[in-house]
Design a protein around this ligand. Sequence first.
Ligand code: ADP
Length: 483
Amino acid sequence: MQLKDPTLLRQQAYVNGQWADADNGESIVVTNPATREKLGTVPNMGTAETRRAIEAANAAWPAWRKKTAKERAAVLRKWYDLITENADDLALLMTTEQGKPLAEAKGEVAFGAGFIEWFAEEAKRIAGDTLQSPWPDKRLVVTKEPIGVCAAITPWNFPIAMITRKAGPALAAGCPMVLKPAEATPFSALALAVLAERAGVPPGVFSVVTGAPKEIGAEMCSNPIVRKLTFTGSTQVGRILMQQCAPTIKKLSLELGGNAPFIVFDDADLDAAVEGAIASKYRNAGQTCVCANRIYVQDGVYEAFAAKFTAAVKQLKVGNGVEPGVTQGPLIDDKAVQKVEQHVADALAKGGRLLTGGHRHALGHSFFEPTVIADVTDQMIVASEETFGPLAPLFRFKTDDEAIALANSTEFGLAAYFYSRDIGRVWRVAEGLESGMVGVNTGLISTDVAPFGGVKQSGLGREGSKYGIDDYLVIKYICLGGI
Ligand code: ADP
């Protein structure tokens, strides 16, 4: 990996403004999923190091919260500028440890930096309220304060953006943050820490602890200093963390699993629907929580859509993400491939019709062929479980009510998409879908400006947008008497 600035690749964790190894001297290996080459190591930290990071955050909190919003915004703006200036290196680092095509990695760096810029601006717009008093001699005032020390646990599928959309609002609101990035993608997180340090984020305000998920997570959840935990990952781990946070009643933001339905109605612009489905399904090799997981196509256009969609899928180019023209990189690891294989085998055993793909790719490792299966039914695993890989299952439906019922028939409710040109249907379906986000005639919805989050077992809280900072603030009511 040829970085323009090799100092962005750090093999130590960043705790209280110091680059540090694990107390026990152990480290964990980070590999390139496209080549299986070892990229380097990061410290295998645990409970003690996490506790020190939390205590340092607490010590740094008073000075950070006392800064004016404008002062905090200036530091965040500098961080944003540095991320943007180093976008090429950050993208290369990300592709190398995560696998996504370089163009997608560059897109993520810009998307991720956007959260820092957005919340730098939002810092200045945290405003309280004055309420009508029911008493002539009292005045009622509401202020908003930073919640305090925040802990964050992030996944490997968006190694930068999942961090910035937590750290951006936390720091803007006046909260310090201790982060545990995913084991597979710590280098992107540590590069962000390098740039935070250069931007003037004070020691302790942003720490990155790498290592053992269970130990670090348990300390973050049980330590009473931590007032809030923000997590992006699986629903299964989200449940564990919620349980672990119960004794200390922490505020929680949980961005959990999705199982996004993608509905194509008879009146859809089929070419646009194909384009949207490709973008939604195969981005990041199908490894995003808002990827279309179940594609429902209305009877009248089913075969036409299946043919056009399959033709477009055959155009995708699988390979190492650093090579030009590649549109689909490797999956993150073998476990991820096994899950796709299991979903494919189950669908085919129960009557699914393979239109393309279906196997591990000739490139080996964790590369998988972009796959389309038709005649999928709700009896198959893909109907209820998130595949998190490049498998598009095509279900058939007849009526709008049936489509809405099928779309809502999971425990998840993150993103949903549909294509239709009938304005009445657009409203009815958008309102009928049980999900935190709906894409109408588009397969791409994420932006720093809009609120991202789910309903049902897809999570709690919203990230990004003018709503995203509320998750890091608490309301204080001041009753001023004796007037
Ligand atoms: P994914 O399937 O996307 O890897 P996970 O929920 O397993 O989702 O992982 C998301 C993040 O949660 C990662 O940083 C991982 O290290 C962390 N994690 C996994 N298990 C635990 C746990 N028991 N406690 C705390 N963090 C965990």
